[in-house]
Write a protein that binds this ligand. Structure first.
Ligand SMILES: Nc1ncnc2c1ncn2[C@@H]1O[C@H](COP(=O)(O)OP(=O)(O)OP(=O)(O)O)[C@@H](O)[C@H]1O
Ligand SMILES: O=C(O)[C@H](O)[C@@H](O)[C@H](O)[C@H](O)CO
Length: 168
């Protein structure tokens, strides 16, 4: 597996943390949850049901990019990376033009169901719609793969590993 830096991206509830931990176990690459790099102000805003804006997200994306850059041996980062310009910011911060983005892709009803079933998380299901409205799927010129969330975590991990082997 030649790819050693990848970002698991997608809206809230798409499984970034769950798949990230499992992929880390399977590959030996460390996993970092980008949620841990949010400021308390950002977390409070989301907990209060208010979507983050670009001003809230850019400094956080810089911390996420730096985390990738600071792990030359490899890192799996969980980070929503919803817009093209957010991914540009990550590529720049990480200093990796070919940073691989893995979009965890699912339909709104399944995402809502998973968010509602989840316990003890600050992100309210009411913010799902704004996450979906903000999402810009990776364009053809971005190094990316898409994995459906409508399957077990194990199958998602296997699909990502297969794609990594194929993309080299
Ligand atoms: N493949 C799967 N099959 C069934 N349930 C799943 C799967 N992946 C994740 N889940 C469940 O869906 C919920 C959301 O997953 P998770 O917290 O990993 O998403 P996330 O993208 O990290 O969310 P956030 O960005 O809001 O932190 C969790 O309760 C998790 O257990
Ligand atoms: O860009 C964003 O709006 C945020 O990163 C969110 O995606 C949250 O961090 C995450 O979903 C919380 O669970």
């Amino acid at each position: 597996m030649a790819v050693r830096h990848l970002v698991l991206m997608g809206v809230s509830g798409s499984g970034k943390s769950t798949v990230g931990e499992a992929l880390s176990q399977a590959t030996g690459l460390p996993y970092l949850d980008g949620d841990t790099l949010h400021t308390q102000a950002n977390v409070t805003k989301m907990r209060d049901g208010l979507p983050l804006d670009d001003q809230d997200r850019m400094p956080w994306l810089d911390r996420c990019g730096a985390a990738l850059r600071d792990k030359p041996d490899g890192l799996i980062l969980g980070c929503s990376a919803l817009r093209r310009r957010y991914r540009d910011r990550l590529r720049k911060g990480a200093d990796m033009d070919d940073l691989l983005f893995v979009l965890l892709d699912g339909d709104p009803a399944l995402l809502a169901h998973r968010m509602q079933a989840r316990k003890g998380h600050y992100m309210p299901p009411s913010l799902l719609q704004s996450q979906l409205d903000t999402l810009e799927r990776p364009a053809d010129d971005e190094h990316s793969i898409i994995v459906s969330i409508d399957q077990t975590t194990e199958r998602m991990v296997a699909a990502i590993r297969k794609a990594l082997d194929e993309t080299g």
